[in-house]
Design a protein around this ligand. Structure first.
Ligand code: 13P
Length: 249
């Protein structure tokens, strides 16, 4: 069965709550689609108003991060249960900005993935190599390691329903998109890793996005590749262009 494409915006640390609601209103007619799942991953403080503003539309709301503990003395953190109660369906886990600036390692991310699934959220698990790693020729080894560590102990049926986002760090926010062949090579390799860890059916089911300077001009070519099931979009998700990316065909 063909996988449904999924295009998610990652707003990062942009949009105050009132700006967020305005953006949702502006994008509403532009992102309508029956063929593509559409998600806005928004800052924690925007979740409640954005969930409200997206009611009755085709858009689901995601968080950009969460903590793996159930509840308690973790000042500043947000639990999976809080997200679910607020109406969140997806959560980005392991974005390179969190790995880099906030020192999140694979052991921690594995706990977050498990907790998200246990709570009923769909993880969007990010992986990706630096420019140095690409130039050293270790990209596929590195991505393999990230996927294997982050999914350690996660059941096949849960992997089949989650999202993996391949985001080369050198392509994020740089305007330097991976070519569709480069992106397809890694997304295909991720699928083969899933097949080796689990089975063919799980590998065929899991949706793999590309992220890194996706825009209205390159979305069609990227999403046209057999192993690329949509995109995780940063900068262009804050503009009307996001509608063109969703309706890339
Ligand atoms: P840009 O689309 O701004 O390059 O960001 C990609 C990204 O990090 C999405 O998570």
């Amino acid at each position: 069965m063909a996988r449904k494409k999924i295009v998610a915006g990652n707003w990062k640390m942009n949009m105050t709550p009132s700006q967020a609601v305005k953006l949702v209103e502006t994008l509403k007619p532009l992102v309508a689609s029956d063929d593509v799942d559409v998600v806005y991953c928004v800052p924690a403080i925007d979740i409640v108003p954005v969930v409200e503003a997206c009611k009755g539309t085709n858009v689901e709301v995601g968080a950009e991060n969460m903590y793996f503990e159930e509840k308690g003395a973790y000042t500043g953190e947000i639990s999976a249960e809080m997200l679910v109660d607020a109406g969140v369906k997806y959560v980005i886990i392991g974005h390179s900005e969190r790995r880099d600036y906030f020192k999140e390692d694979d052991a921690l991310l594995n706990k977050k993935v498990k907790k998200a699934i246990e709570a009923g959220l769909t993880p969007i698990l990010c992986c990706g190599e630096s420019l140095e790693q690409r130039e050293m020729g270790v990209t596929l080894d590195w991505i393999n390691l990230q996927i294997k560590s982050d999914l350690d102990g996660v059941a096949a049926s849960d992997v089949a329903n989650m999202i993996i986002a391949y985001e080369p760090i050198w392509a994020i926010g740089t305007g330097k998109t991976a070519t569709s062949d480069q992106a397809e090579e890694v997304c295909g390799a991720i699928r083969r890793t899933i097949a080796a860890m689990y089975d063919e059916a799980t590998a065929e089911a899991v949706r793999i996005q590309y992220g890194g300077s996706v825009n209205a001009g390159n979305a069609a070519e990227l999403f046209g590749k057999p192993d690329i099931d949509g995109g995780l979009v940063g900068g262009a998700s804050l503009k009307e262009d996001f509608g063109k990316i969703v309706n890339y065909k």
